[in-house]
Design a protein around this ligand. Structure first.
Ligand SMILES: Cc1cc2nc3c(=O)[nH]c(=O)nc-3n(C[C@H](O)[C@H](O)[C@H](O)COP(=O)(O)OP(=O)(O)OC[C@H]3O[C@@H](n4cnc5c(N)ncnc54)[C@H](O)[C@@H]3O)c2cc1C
Length: 399
């Protein structure tokens, strides 16, 4: 990618200087000069310039090269042979995309001892399951996995590559996109094949969910997206006895180098169910005032058969471990019911939970921003309201 100023067209008006969020442009002698060390190619100066004096040149793969890419692939994320739930959600949308393109749907799993995971996946409407196994790949290592997947993609050339927007998917797919020099849309909530151009239309919420942006990757392949959990339904298993073909790929140990070494694996789990999988989440924020008060949040979550979430303020205060954090730098959740207790509703928190089906907010400040996204609001002290709710729900459920 390259950006340049056309000297004959630039009159040094300085509009581009104001538009640049990186402060990478200055005007010298009536000519805009871009500092390429600071520029992040965001395009805002190009669209701001009234004189079309700044141009961005995008590297494009040749048309005949693009046409070699066929098929829809899903990254088969697994942990100790257990397939991540988002993978079977991706199978449902992946199948639709592959059918729309008249191509194959494949899953690629990387790890060690993947037979059980492959046998489970084979029951779904997938055409092929690629297994890349080696003892060195037993535990996830972004550097190693990224190099392996990029190598397989260069050889097999899938047109589309999807992964769950999980911690692994988010950290690893960006590496693969950089290595393959292609685009990646993170956190998608909608995917479709364009009727006229056959491109992958990747839709994702932007600006805290206030805008839905649809993103295309027309010039490079594969078209890559990570997809939020619980946006697509779990795919049903094949009803006609179809079993996916399992293809074992040859491991290349020369790809396994890594700058990190796993010394020990300490599992840090949520005290109740995983918030990403939960249909009901009760979250506590700074408004619960004391770590001991997470007990009342946990009791309500238990009464509802749900999980415990938290704002970053509660996590940063050391009241609850990080795996519970919901939001921009925590987890993105999409439960049927989200109850926010003593959480103000900062935009970074909303980014992780605003797509919940129903949101209930309990806050003593009637002007708290959380009420703007809540379907139901209770203005009150959560230390009083939450135990009352728990009692009522437990009574209704006959506990
Ligand atoms: C780069 C970046 C990333 C971030 N990522 C995240 C993220 O992933 N997740 C996240 O949550 N935040 C994140 N934050 C922090 C975010 O901006 C807020 O600071 C944080 O969400 C505030 O947490 P809170 O709502 O618990 O606390 P506060 O904003 O302090 O709100 C506490 C609320 O509790 C109410 N309250 C007080 N006492 C009671 C009571 N007894 N009963 C009922 N209500 C009461 C108050 O009225 C107030 O609204 C991020 C910030 C940055 C800059």
């Amino acid at each position: 990618m390259a950006i340049r100023v056309i000297e004959e067209k630039c009159n040094g008006c300085g509009l581009c200087v104001k538009s640049c969020p990186q402060m990478a442009i200055e005007v010298d002698n009536k000519l805009a000069i871009i500092d390429l060390d600071l520029c992040n190619y965001c395009n805002s100066c190009v669209s701001t310039c009234r004189f079309r004096a700044i141009v961005m040149e995008v590297d494009k793969q040749a048309e005949e090269d693009l046409n070699q890419y066929k098929g829809v692939w899903i990254f088969g994320e697994q942990f100790k042979g257990q397939i991540a739930p988002v993978v079977v959600e991706l199978v449902s949308v992946g199948r639709q995309l592959a059918d729309a393109r008249g191509s194959e749907l494949a899953v690629i799993a990387i790890g060690s001892n993947l037979e059980k995971a492959a046998a489970e996946l084979a029951e779904y409407p997938i055409d092929k399951i690629y297994l890349y196994e080696a003892p060195e790949l037993e535990s996830y290592d972004g550097e190693r996995y990224g190099r392996v997947l990029s190598d397989v993609i260069r050889e097999k050339k899938p047109e589309v590559l999807l992964a769950g927007a999980t911690t692994t998917g988010r950290s690893f797919m960006s590496r693969v996109a950089v290595q393959l020099y292609t685009g990646l849309t993170a956190d998608c909530t909608g995917l479709a094949i364009g009727e006229e151009d056959s491109l992958l239309y990747q839709t994702r919420p932007a600006y805290g969910g206030n805008v839905m942006a649809t993103i295309l990757c027309p010039y490079t392949r594969p078209q890559m997206a990570t997809v939020r959990h619980k946006v697509f339904p779990v795919s049903p298993k094949s009803s006609n006895g179809h079993k996916a073909e399992i293809v074992k790929l040859n491991a290349k140990p020369q790809l396994f180098g890594s700058r990190s070494q796993i010394l020990e694996f300490i599992e840090q789990m949520e005290s109740t169910v995983n918030i990403v999988d939960a249909d009901v989440i009760v979250s506590g924020g700074r408004g619960i005032q004391d770590p001991a008060n997470f007990a009342i949040i946990e009791e309500l979550a238990k009464a509802l058969g749900g999980a415990v979430g938290a704002s970053r303020a509660a996590v940063d205060a050391g009241w609850i471990p990080y795996p519970h954090q919901v939001g921009q730098t925590g987890k993105t959740v999409c439960p049927k019911l989200y109850i926010a207790c003593g959480i103000s509703g900062a935009v970074q928190h909303l980014a992780g939970m605003s797509s919940a089906d129903t949101i209930i907010a309990i806050n003593k400040d009637p002007d708290a921003p959380i009420f703007q996204v809540a379907n139901f609001g209770i203005v009150g002290d959560c230390l009083e309201v939450v135990p009352l709710l728990t009692k009522k729900i437990a009574a209704m459920r006959g506990h």
